[in-house]
Design a protein around this ligand. Sequence first.
Ligand code: AMP
Length: 509
Amino acid sequence: MSFESLGLSAPVLQAVADKGYTTPTPIQEKAIPIVLMGRDVLGCAQTGTGKTASFVLPMIDILAEGRAKMRMPRSLILEPTRELAAQVAENFEIYGKNHKLNMALLIGGVSFDDQERALEKGADVLIATPGRLLDHFERGKVLLNDVKVLVIDEADRMLDMGFIPDVERIVGLLSPMRQTLFFSATMPPEIKRLADRFLSNPREVTVAPPASAGKNIVQGLAVMPEADKREALRRLIKDQDIKNAIVFCNRKKDVAILQGSLKKHGFNAGALHGDMSQPARMETLEKFKQGEIQILVASDVAARGLDIVDMSHVFNFDVPFSPEDYVHRIGRTGRAGKTGHSFTLASPDEGGLIDAIEKLIGTTIPRVEIPGMEATAFEASDGRRRGRGRGRGAGGRGGDRGRERGERPPREPRPEREPRAEQEARPEREARPEREPRPEREARPERAPRPEAEKRAERPHREPRAEGRPPRERRSERPSRPDRRDRDDSPAPVGLGDHVPAFLARPSR
Ligand code: AMP
């Protein structure tokens, strides 16, 4: 099937041809004609399938006629992460280059001002993360009643990240007279229930994952003591023909440490994790996309769903705690029909995690040797594994693993790791302190302070305390914490200072 047969306009087809696409992907083939008909779509597809173009291309044609009013966007695309939202915005620019559609991108971590200006101009397309969109709404900067097309993208990730209440609130602000396109990589019951509520007589479109693990990704696994991993990674990077690579760590602090170490050894490495400011994240990502950074050390939260065209390698410096994350991570390579490579560095006690991954992907990850390094085996967790010592087991593709699947459950997550939802939701939450006070709040400080006596007179009369119960310390009477005293510029204590002698604290009869 060709793009021409899908019903798209000539300017959109031209933009697609300029981008170099010749054939629609299965999701594009199925979804585009339905969207152009004005029907709701329930799409079961994940990133890497060409899903973005499957809604962006027909939306451009739907929105081609008409103009957006000030602060009243005509369409809304909700994305779970800032990076995904920015990626969709890039797609709009590429595919919409032959149209004059105004776009506004509302994501956290960056200034409100530019976003407000874009809203004031009138946005034909509004691309947003839920938290930042609600911030703008609450400040009265955007009205959603004119939205005619709504896209909820990556719904299952929204659920993971705890954004569903925000999404529900946003959908409640929209007119029911709209077209809704709802995409999710998986359809657990909660997501199906949401889809049933948001969609009206939808057409269901399901496509297979883009590259099931192992299809066009050459995987490798090496087992070594934790302390050898940095050396092993450097050797692997030198040994492989790397165009660009992501190195995944499980913890944010390790991302920074590993990046520093790689740089010290002369590698062109950048870092990406959830504790970085949004401008720094965007800048690093852009440099990586442009090839200015060759190796990106990243945490899962920062790298989810990223579409880096033609990425040659993925390294798991740590084995991910969740097997799904493994599939997610290695899926950053081997995209759009290209062959990718992934290497996982496991420590001897991570056999259980690897078991769980191999069970999920239905295959054994081939063991590889790292040039110049001694191979190690997974630790035996009980008698059945005894006898597999150092020097065996890491060599040979798909070699003898000497352990049964499921023999040991995956190790408990390490304590310092944040729970998943927290980890991912943080970027949006981080943005909140930035929120400027709302107009009515701004007015408050102007109110003249009420005299203390007047306030006291209004306080309800307190019953005398029961006998024998010590009086509760008032805040000012509590001993201040040493760290607070260190930091404060408070004057020296007057009278007894913070110390209240016991006889004064005793209740009076
Ligand atoms: P997505 O699933 O939207 O993240 O897209 C995954 C990758 O496939 C992106 O790099 C797109 O540029 C690319 N892509 C999308 N549609 C096509 C197509 N019809 N032919 C080739 N590549 C495509």
